[in-house]
Design a protein around this ligand. Structure first.
Ligand SMILES: Nc1ncnc2c1ncn2[C@@H]1O[C@H](COP(=O)(O)OP(=O)(O)OP(=O)(O)O)[C@@H](O)[C@H]1O
Length: 293
């Protein structure tokens, strides 16, 4: 497990990270979300050791990270930075070799990844000749080619079309399934919500929420409820204890306290078949709005 403990960072007088703590579990995809300037890139750079923290610690399985340990990390930086004139495959092999991989293994890994990321036909083209989406895939390949033990990716999905998002997600999920902690930042909350096991929300340099997706949705569930009955549910609108938000035939979304919700359930059961009754879980976008305020 990758553990970030009480990391604080200042730029001049400005505190851009304030006691940031969270964990990235093995075998899990963890989404790191926050608005522009929230502190995601700074945190990731500190994890990678590219930037020093003023205070706090990053450890892997309980041991503080060393320079040597970080060589086994895979990082896709925000500023990207492959060599524009170097051919895709050649570049991947070069990067893998820098991390100590033998030439033959590096070449095989590069081919395998290019195949997997559907970039194989471009293997001998210089990076600068690729479309932006394909450059992005090459960047992802560069972060993965040396079989890293930990993966940290800054906005890996930005600029990818929906098919490419699925392809990249497949590759990252495979790595996670092999026990690699995977942390990636994203502005695309719908993508994070769909893809991630765990979510970390940062705003103004402070962690506002962290945990499994389901636990976050549970914890931030308000007082909204959903009812689906076999017959018409118009009667719910007449109850004083309830505010109906949405109504469509047998479906009602309403707001009520626990007592009001029980009343609705009892009446629904007396009237006929209850097909579904549950608190409504908020979407990640709603949670995000709530916790960053
Ligand atoms: N080198 C620097 N010198 C001074 N301030 C910096 C520097 N790098 C980042 N900052 C500031 O630190 C804060 C956090 O920036 P950071 O890049 O970590 O945010 P982010 O969450 O990655 O944002 P984005 O989603 O826009 O990339 C911002 O207010 C930014 O202006």
């Amino acid at each position: 497990m990758l553990t970030i403990s009480n990391v604080t960072k200042h730029y001049g007088e400005r505190r851009v990270l304030d006691e940031v703590s969270f964990e990235v579990g093995r075998g899990r995809l963890t989404g790191f979300v926050g608005g522009n300037g929230a502190g995601k890139t700074t945190t990731m750079r500190i994890i990678l050791g590219v930037l020093g923290a003023d205070a706090g610690e990053v450890s892997l399985d309980g041991s503080p990270l060393t320079r040597e340990g970080r060589r086994r990390f895979g990082y896709m930086p925000e500023e990207r930075g492959l060599y524009p004139k170097m051919k895709v495959h050649e570049q991947l092999v070069y990067l893998a070799r820098l991390r100590g991989m033998r030439a033959g293994v590096a070449a095989a890994k590069a081919d395998e990844l290019l195949e997997r990321l559907e970039l194989h036909e471009r293997r001998d083209e210089p990076i600068e000749k690729l479309s932006l989406g394909n450059q992005q895939r090459a960047q992802i390949a560069a972060a993965l080619v040396h079989e890293p033990e930990v993966l940290v990716l800054d906005e890996p999905f930005s600029g990818l079309d929906p098919m490419a998002v699925e392809t990249v997600l497949g590759v990252l999920s495979e790595r996670a399934a092999r026990g690699v902690p995977v942390l990636f930042s994203s502005h695309q909350l719908d993508v994070v919500e769909r893809l991630c096991d765990d979510i970390v929300v940062i705003a103004d340099g402070r962690i506002r929420a962290a945990g499994t997706r389901d636990a976050l949705r549970e914890a931030n569930a308000g007082s909204q409820w959903e009812l689906q009955v076999g017959d018409d549910a118009a009667w719910v609108r007449a109850l004083a204890e309830v505010d109906v938000i949405e109504f469509d035939g047998g479906y009602v979304l309403f707001e009520a306290d626990a007592h009001g919700a029980q009343l609705v359930l009892q009446q629904a059961a007396q009237r006929g078949e209850v097909q579904r009754f549950a608190p409504r879980r908020p979407t990640l976008t709603e949670i995000f709005r709530e916790v960053v305020q």
